[in-house]
Design a protein around this ligand. Sequence first.
Ligand code: UD1
Length: 350
Amino acid sequence: MAKILVTGGTGYIGSHTVVELQKVGFEVVIVDNLSNSNIEVLNGIEKITGIRPAFENIDCTDYMALDRMFEKYPGIEAIIHFAASKAVGESVEKPLLYYRNNLTSLINLLQLMPIHKVKHFVFSSSCTVYGQPDELPVTENAPIKPALSPYGNTKQICEEIIQDTSHSNPFYRAIILRYFNPIGAHPSAEIGELPNGVPNNLLPYVTQTAAGLRKELKVFGNDYNTPDGTCIRDYINVVDLAKAHVIAVQRLLDEKGEKAVEIFNLGTGTGLSVLDIVNTFERVNGVKVPHSFAPRREGDIEKVWADPTRANTVLGWKAQETVEDTLKSAWTWECRLAKLREEKAANAEE
Ligand code: UD1
């Protein structure tokens, strides 16, 4: 079966996607600079699938290193490009880091594709491109709103770069996937989200608070125009999300695309509030998540959820997991991490 390059393959969504690709027989080459992930993720992938993917420690902003990688692994047929910086707050403080990293990586890959005869490209985009949509649920045809952060802007610019490049040369075939809010972990608890330092995103903060690593969760804003006053998002199981990438790659390889660049929303179609998540997490896992209300977080959108009809009908992909099972998987993963920490501490004492 085809050989697929997965950039950012040791990251959160990347690692789950590598598992699903290998499960159906694709050969995977991971490129990652480990800036926000751990090499041990490869062990988790191997435990689940029985296969250790090829790995190259490469920064995608390094054109020459990528070029050499394509020489080393001839016959790569498609690229799934996850590798990018993704912390909204950090991007406000370090915009040039975000523009350099996210834009240069994409440009390098697109430039190298025709040289190495790689036609197919899947890009990780985000619902952040919609800003606060005028109509909900939001479809792929909704207008792109001015970005609220440099991070969000890089996703918009990257989408435009892909469109312009494809327009200039019919060689390229791409699928842009706009993720809503990925959460949860692989049911085996061999891989999951590994945030560095204090988590920015809701779910890792919830699980770390439940585990006692954080004192309490601050719920950012309870005066929004929503039923309980807290923000609403479309939380999507990370394994469901990973499976959509396998379908997207297969669609490209089968040359089934209706256009050179196709765009799909990846969400469940259901919006849940911050309090819905906290309450459901507590109920299904039988643990407490101490929380209190705090002022609104700058740049937060009030409510957004997907219309996933296009992905459902055209891709033939649909989110399957319930939010209950997804929140259980997130907790199982956090408990696994706690156990690993204990083991490491015990080993250090010996
Ligand atoms: C953000 C980005 C998204 C990006 C994602 C991954 C925007 C609008 N969204 O999603 O593009 O892909 O991060 O990094 O730029 N919350 C709390 N307390 C916390 C943490 C979060 O109440 O400690 C709330 C937030 O206010 C929000 C919800 O939980 O309402 C989800 O937040 P988060 O997980 O950070 O994701 P987004 O901001 O939706």
